[in-house]
Design a binder for this molecule. Structure first.
Ligand SMILES: [Zn+2]
Length: 297
């Protein structure tokens, strides 16, 4: 108990120490009291992204089959620290030649994912709806909508879907270029009214990035950011897609990009995190393996 309290003070007061630890990837670090669970967190969320599970040989740096073992390690940590909620930020599966094979990949990885936590949320990634159509993916994981919102322990969460072409057509059956990611007007209107209807501090969950204007960015993400900033309630956006750690602050909102689970061979190249939110709005990301640790207010 005492050790945990000392650890927490070290985390809060010594920014250099936090930063140095966050850049290391050894899981041994997390037995240190510095990384003890935050007893004051209102909510603890398990986060994974870009699992790209597929029963096929590695391609480049992507080791598709190893995702199952990496997910099992993440699951053990999520169970140990008793997450309240589980989120995957997109690209749960990778492409197959046929719809049937891709559905099999999804069934296999979701059997493991869905066993971790009852309260779970799926953000659509471009690879989730490459061959599959959105209703096929969502039907298989038991989620009714691709974009929606909900409240947990006094915080508001928004799941966004940027898997639309510039002409408004939803992705599916290989009908899109991955760089053509957009949030259509109808979803923008929904987002604005959804945020206007809540006073709760808000966390946004997305796949394609809302903070950059390169190929990994949603093409009209400036429109999305304008809505998020106008609400005055949005604390942070968590996103994936570019497979690398990143953190930007734009207009008072933190855009935290999480590392891809599929990248690299071996358990040392895993990447996952728990995100803990305190009542005062402090957000702490405890990164494991290649995932950076973060803390911001
Ligand atoms: Zn990906």
């Amino acid at each position: 108990m005492t050790i945990e309290r000392i650890g927490r003070r070290a985390w809060l007061r010594n920014g250099t120490l936090v930063l140095a630890a966050g850049t290391l990837s050894s899981a041994a670090l997390f037995s240190d009291a510095l990384f003890a669970d935050d007893d004051h967190a209102e909510l603890r969320v398990g986060l994974v992204t870009d699992l790209h599970y597929a029963d096929k040989p590695p391609a480049g740096t992507r080791h598709y089959r190893e995702t199952l073992a990496k997910l099992a390690e993440a699951a053990a940590e999520f169970r140990r620290c008793r997450i309240d909620m589980l989120v995957e930020l997109g690209d749960l599966i990778d492409a197959a030649d046929t719809v049937e094979t891709e559905q099999r990949y999804l069934t296999t990885v979701n059997r493991e994912f869905s066993a971790i936590c009852d309260d779970r949320h799926y953000v659509l990634g471009n690879h989730c709806v490459d061959t599959l159509k959105k209703d096929e993916f969502l039907g298989a994981v038991g989620q009714s909508e691709s974009y929606y919102s909900f409240d947990r322990n006094g915080f508001h969460f928004v799941v966004l879907d940027s898997c639309f072409r510039a002409d408004g057509q939803p992705y599916g059956r290989k009908n899109f270029q991955w760089t053509d990611a957009n949030v259509p007007q109808e979803e923008l209107d929904w987002l604005a009214s959804d945020l206007a209807a809540t006073d709760n501090r808000t966390i946004v969950l997305a796949h394609q990035r809302l903070d950059v204007s390169n190929n990994h960015g949603v093409k009209n993400n400036a429109d999305v950011r304008r809505i998020l900033e106008a609400s005055g309630n949005v604390l942070a956006v968590f996103q994936g897609h570019s497979h690398q750690n990143d953190l930007n602050e734009i207009g008072g909102i933190h855009y935290c990009t999480l590392v891809a689970m599929v990248e690299g061979a071996g358990e040392e190249n895993n990447g996952y995190s728990t995100m803990e939110i305190r009542q005062d709005g402090t957000i702490r990301v405890r990164g494991f393996r290649n995932q950076s640790s973060r803390e911001f207010v």
